[in-house]
Design a protein around this ligand. Structure first.
Ligand code: GLU
Length: 429
């Protein structure tokens, strides 16, 4: 869509981010993998894929780069699918190390790496992927990462060879873990899988789709394939939130507030849970190894659009204000909408129960409610029960007949019936 920004406001917003930061030439391309030192430092691409499957991009959105560390959260997902959280946590921690990506962050006694987003933890994660040999294991990694991306990914063999022949530090890390019996199985196999996944060739649109799959609770919103279970997506995003940005992870969460992972190939992937996945690519890196332009663009975007994970906006106050006294039946009608959760239900509770007891029947209009989680359902039910105990009649309107508040609060099909019942039971109300 990058060619048609006039009709594409989201692509246009990405394009304007690109224009704002493209003149920044700070940073250096990664040079410790010889093949990466040769990449063109100039490209800058951004892509966003919504949790509903819309794709938008700007700039160099077709330029290929290697995933590098961006592969780590996705292989972690595979280890979680194979063994479950407890077994994986026994072998790889989930604590931010506060150290560089290639640090020897291993528990002194057990050799357990701090987290799966640093090299040591990622190599160990590769050793956890089920499969009889490196080929089978990598085949499974490739299959899963391709499902995340919605297309068959391939390895950039020259980057793979370049790192395989020079990656002495990663080899040393793997052998240290093997020595401490933290890594069991074949050390070379684990290294081969790890180095191959780092060399997967992608563009920003692929990476944004991978992130959108996490954002959409593990289902790829473009292909419709369920790639991992919702709880696995949640676990992966948690580790990205705390450990994804090397030794800048804490400040990243503070300032940007989006689960993210960057790679020394110049890519950054970030997720706005339930909203979208986003990816940036620009090869010059800051001292922590994060893409300078990519980090700046994501930071601006998050601040300006209020995307921080802990930033909450609720519109229920307005909706409650829109709860009206229905003249026909003299009922206080509280209209609710959207996905109800604790906060919504607690506001209803506060406005109906904490203040003076309503002097007329209350109708909870749930017609426009899309869903109601367990906590919200319980709080609404408690609200209704408390009102009844105080002598207030309560009706529930839900033409979808979902019985969201449970037994005793079966829905009235429509407002007229709900209010009509008060007409009969509370004459003159
Ligand atoms: N393949 C790179 C390495 O192991 C990945 C590092 C990164 O992207 O942080 O050194």
């Amino acid at each position: 869509m990058s060619s048609d920004h006039f009709h594409d406001p989201i692509g246009a917003a990405l394009e304007s981010l690109r224009e704002r930061f493209v003149a920044d030439h700070d940073g250096e391309v990664a040079s410790y993998i010889p093949e990466l030192a040769r990449v063109d430092p100039e490209p800058f691409g951004l892509a966003l894929v919504s949790a509903g499957g819309g794709s938008y991009s700007a700039g160099d959105d077709r330029t290929r780069f290697t995933l590098q560390s961006i592969s780590k959260p996705f292989t972690y997902a595979l280890a979680l699918c194979d063994h479950g959280l407890e077994a994986v946590l026994d072998r790889v921690g989930a604590e931010p190390s506060g150290e560089a990506y290639n640090a020897i962050s291993l528990d002194e006694e057990t050799g357990r790496p701090d987290n799966p987003m640093i090299n040591a933890g990622a190599i160990l994660t590769c050793s956890l992927v089920d499969g009889r040999d490196a080929d089978t294991r990598f085949g499974r990694v490739l299959e899963l990462l391709s499902a995340f991306a919605g297309r068959d990914l391939e390895v950039d063999e020259s980057v793979f060879d370049s790192e395989a022949t020079t990656g002495h530090r990663n080899r040393a890390l793997a052998h240290l873990m093997f020595h401490a019996e933290a890594l069991v199985g074949d050390v070379d196999d684990a290294l081969e899988v790890y180095t191959r996944q780092c060399a997967l060739s992608v563009d920003v649109r692929d990476v944004a789709t991978m992130a959108a799959t996490l954002s959409n609770a593990g289902t790829n919103p473009v292909t419709g394939d369920r790639v991992v279970a919702p709880e696995v997506a949640e676990q992966v995003m948690s580790v990205m939130a705390t450990c994804g940005m090397y030794d800048a992870s804490g400040e990243w969460l503070l300032r940007v507030g989006l689960p993210a992972k960057s790679g020394v190939g110049g890519g950054i992937v970030a997720v706005s849970p339930g909203r979208f996945g986003i990816a940036t690519f620009s090869p010059r890196l800051d001292e922590q190894g994060n893409s300078v332009r990519g980090a700046a663009a994501l930071r601006a975007m998050s601040t300006e659009l209020g995307l921080h994970l802990l930033h909450r906006t609720h519109h229920l106050e307005e909706e409650l204000a829109a709860g009206t006294v229905d003249d026909r039946a003299g009922a206080l009608v509280v209209r609710l909408s959207g996905e109800l959760e604790f906060t919504d239900a607690e506001r209803v509770l506060r406005s109906l129960v904490s203040g003076p007891t309503p002097d007329r029947p209350v109708v909870l209009d749930l017609d426009d409610v899309r869903g109601c989680d367990e906590v919200a359902s319980r709080v609404l039910r408690a609200t209704a029960t408390t009102l009844q105990r105080d002598g207030v009649e309560v009706g529930v309107v839900d033409s979808h007949d979902r019985n969201l508040l449970g037994e005793g609060f079966e829905d009235h099909v429509d407002m007229a019936t709900a209010c009509g019942s008060f007409d009969r039971s509370t004459p003159g109300a």
